[in-house]
Design a protein around this ligand. Structure first.
Ligand code: NAD
Ligand code: UDX
Length: 465
């Protein structure tokens, strides 16, 4: 097999950007080109302020950019020159037509495959990096078999398991790298890339379909753990059990394990919900409605958890939050990322706005424009389009603050929705002083649980106790 010399990655997003930066760093002799049709995004990758916030990413990009790492909109040329092409484009839930609300929209992946078929010459290895429904490689192979210039292809599946906020750590030291394929030579070529820094025993090779299906399955299992502990958190609140104690107790069983058992206001992010719904759709498609229903409960439980949080707030605050100022601490879907896709915060804010609360939102990494866009989007989604009344509701009832303290000033309540570390380091005596009394604090992450805020004058409520 010929060693890989030139890599092209289509899609400069949360996955393509960091993944390729890591390959470039670890393989100085491989030329890595990350391409995107979004000119603004490429310009950001070429600037001092990268389009995504991820601890440790800037350093790696600065080290490799201009050497063997290039961000460019020259899609065709970069594909043509590469020995290996990664497809790392978005695969969102379909919003229209057959499978709307469930199936993955494969439009962007198919367009990539067609473009690769159109411009390629000679032989290339095409790698599915995007998360895809099982058997997508079949379609990719068929499209590639109609190449313009009699080019030939091997198709591999190499799903990405990084989590946002810890992408660089995860890429540097992955639990495993999964490579599915048919051609042993093609598999070996990709194994040789990762083997520069990942121990051989962590490079798992499988058939194509196992690899594709493992990604959806991994996310379904992870999300299922969060929904399971969140389901128990509701029972804890009714029974004086404490969900963190329950999690520690069950997590010390080595068969269960301690990770991913943190009760919360609900999971968010671009992956969990989308991938489970995709799995649900696949099960239905293959005539397995019982299996579909089983996994769909994970998403339903997550919706219930987000709703339950707002219901508890309203009930606790004397059954009305109308015209009350509520500070929202955190808008990203987890700490250490600027990503807000499917963040629980969006849904909590939506439901509080429908109760006519006045929200003052603060997130250390998310700006005003992005916050307003997400809120407009969530209302538009429900109604088909953004109505004038909802536009006005957002305009009149949402402000964005530059600090937690500013958001909490004169507020009836604080809702902590993202577990940013800075939220635990505040001067809470000062925060209390600036708030209306009783000063309600609803902690959707149990981030402040150890600070004894109830003893310090707050009406403190967490998840699952
Ligand atoms: P993203 O939306 O951040 O990035 C995708 C990029 O692809 C966009 O910049 C878009 O402009 C570009 N693109 C779309 N069509 C294109 C085309 N035809 N040519 C060139 N560029 C094109 O998405 P992401 O979060 O990086 O996710 C990408 C894939 O990886 C998805 O399938 C996702 O499920 C999967 N994944 C994501 C994560 C995560 O943490 N975000 C983790 C594992 C897997
Ligand atoms: C996830 C998978 O972890 C990753 O392997 C995959 O590649 C992409 O999807 P990501 O969505 O970036 O990664 O973050 P993750 O850490 O999994 O968190 C997802 C959501 O679950 C967040 O909203 C997080 O706050 C929530 N969560 C996670 C909990 O509420 N409790 C937990 O115990 C863990």
């Amino acid at each position: 097999t010929h060693p890989i010399r030139r890599i092209c990655c289509i899609g400069a997003g949360y996955v393509g950007g960091p993944t390729m930066a890591m390959i470039a760093k670890q393989c100085p002799d491989i030329d890595v080109r990350v391409v995107d049709i979004n000119e603004h995004r490429i310009a950001q990758w070429n600037s001092d302020t990268l389009p995504i916030y991820e601890p440790g990413l800037t350093e790696i990009v600065q080290q490799c950019r201009g050497k063997n790492l290039t961000f460019t909109t020259a899609v065709e040329e970069s594909i043509r020159n590469a020995d290996m092409v990664f497809i790392s484009v978005n695969t969102p839930t379909k919003t229209f037509g057959v499978g709307a609300g469930r199936a993955a929209n494969l439009e962007f992946v198919e367009k990539c495959a067609r473009q690769i078929a159109d411009v390629s010459e000679g032989h290339k290895i095409v790698v599915e990096k995007s998360t895809l429904p099982v058997r997508t490689a079949e379609a990719v192979k068929r499209i590639l078999s109609n190449s313009n210039n009699n080019a030939t292809f091997d198709v591999l599946s190499n799903p990405e398991f990084l989590a946002e906020g810890t992408a660089i750590e995860d890429l540097l030291d992955p639990d495993r790298v999964l490579i599915g394929g048919e051609s042993p030579d093609a598999i070996q070529a990709l194994v040789d890339v990762y083997a520069r820094w990942v121990p051989r025993e962590r490079l798992l090779t499988t058939n194509l379909w196992s690899s594709e299906l493992s990604k959806l399955t991994a996310n379904a299992f992870l999300a299922q753990r969060v929904s399971s502990i969140n389901a128990i958190s509701a029972l804890c609140e009714a029974t004086e059990a404490d969900v963190d104690e329950v999690a520690a107790a069950i997590g010390s069983d080595s068969r269960i394990g301690p990770k991913f058992l943190k009760a919360s206001v609900g999971f968010g992010g671009s992956c969990f919900q989308k991938d489970i719904l995709n799995l649900v759709y696949l099960c239905e498609y293959f005539g397995l409605p019982e299996v579909a229903e089983y996994w769909e409960q994970v998403v339903k439980m997550n919706d219930f958890q987000k709703k339950r949080f707002v219901t508890r707030m309203v009930r606790t605050m004397f059954n009305t939050v109308s015209d009350k100022k509520i500070a929202i601490w955190g808008f990203a879907f987890k700490k250490d990322t600027n990503d807000t896709r499917e963040s629980a915060s969006i849904y909590v804010c939506r439901d509080l706005l429908l109760e006519k609360a006045r929200l003052c939102i603060y997130d250390p990494r998310v700006g005003e424009q992005q916050i307003r866009q997400e809120l407009e989007y969530v209302f538009a989604e429900a109604d088909g389009e953004l109505s004038d009344s909802k536009r006005r509701l957002i305009h009149d009832h949402v402000t964005v603050a530059v600090s937690c303290e500013e958001a909490a000033e004169q507020a009836h309540a604080v809702a902590l929705l993202t577990e940013w570390d800075e939220f635990a380091k505040l001067d809470f005596a000062k925060v209390l002083d600036s708030m209306k009394k009783p000063a309600f604090l609803f902690d959707g992450r149990n981030k402040l649980k150890n600070l004894d805020l109830a003893k310090k004058g707050f009406e403190y409520y967490g998840i699952g106790f």
